[in-house]
Write a protein of this length. Structure first.
Length: 169
């Protein structure tokens, strides 16, 4: 067990240390898929599939779809859905809001309610209610976790993931 945890931490450290590149969606998609292993969603979700929503027409979609095609969460097949507008967001367990749509975070929080992990990629959004937010620190991608937002969404974050994050709220 300790070997497995150590391997995971090494993998995450290697990923976190990737140098910053503007709009690095390959990094975002890879990390989003890794987050799925370390978040526990409420049992009340009766959906037959695990849905990752992406707000807007973003270049992250192909990478997310490729990775999702071979993965499962709690025995559920992962599907990736694009939502053109925040008012159309529904029935997703994870919602990725890219930088161009970051001004819609407050509305997205109201729209999705509990049971949805909201992931963003712009400085300051963890403090505004995003559950996980990608940030650049010292030229490297990192991520913040908002404890209050994840608690409000009824999501449990593993200690392993929390130890690697910048904790907010």
């Amino acid at each position: 067990m300790k070997k497995i945890i150590l391997s995971i931490l090494i993998l995450f450290h290697g990923v976190v240390s990737i140098s910053y590149a503007q709009d690095d969606y390959k990094f975002h998609s890879m990390f989003v898929m890794n987050f799925l292993k370390y978040i526990q969603w409420p049992e009340s979700s009766a959906q037959p599939e695990f849905v990752i929503g992406v707000l807007g027409n973003e270049t992250v979609m192909p990478d997310l779809e490729r990775i999702a095609s071979t993965r499962y969460v709690n025995g559920k097949k992962i599907i990736v859905k694009r939502f053109s507008d925040v008012s159309k967001v529904s029935d997703c367990q994870l919602l990725y809001i890219p930088t161009p749509k970051s001004n819609e975070l407050a509305e997205a929080i109201k729209q999705v309610g509990a049971g949805t992990l909201i992931v963003t990629a712009k400085d300051g959004l963890a403090q505004k209610g995003s559950c996980i937010n990608f940030v650049v620190r010292d030229g490297k991608w990192r991520f913040e976790i908002n404890e209050h937002a994840t608690g409000k969404a009824k999501l449990k974050v593993s200690g392993e993931l929390s130890r690697l994050a910048i904790m907010v709220g």
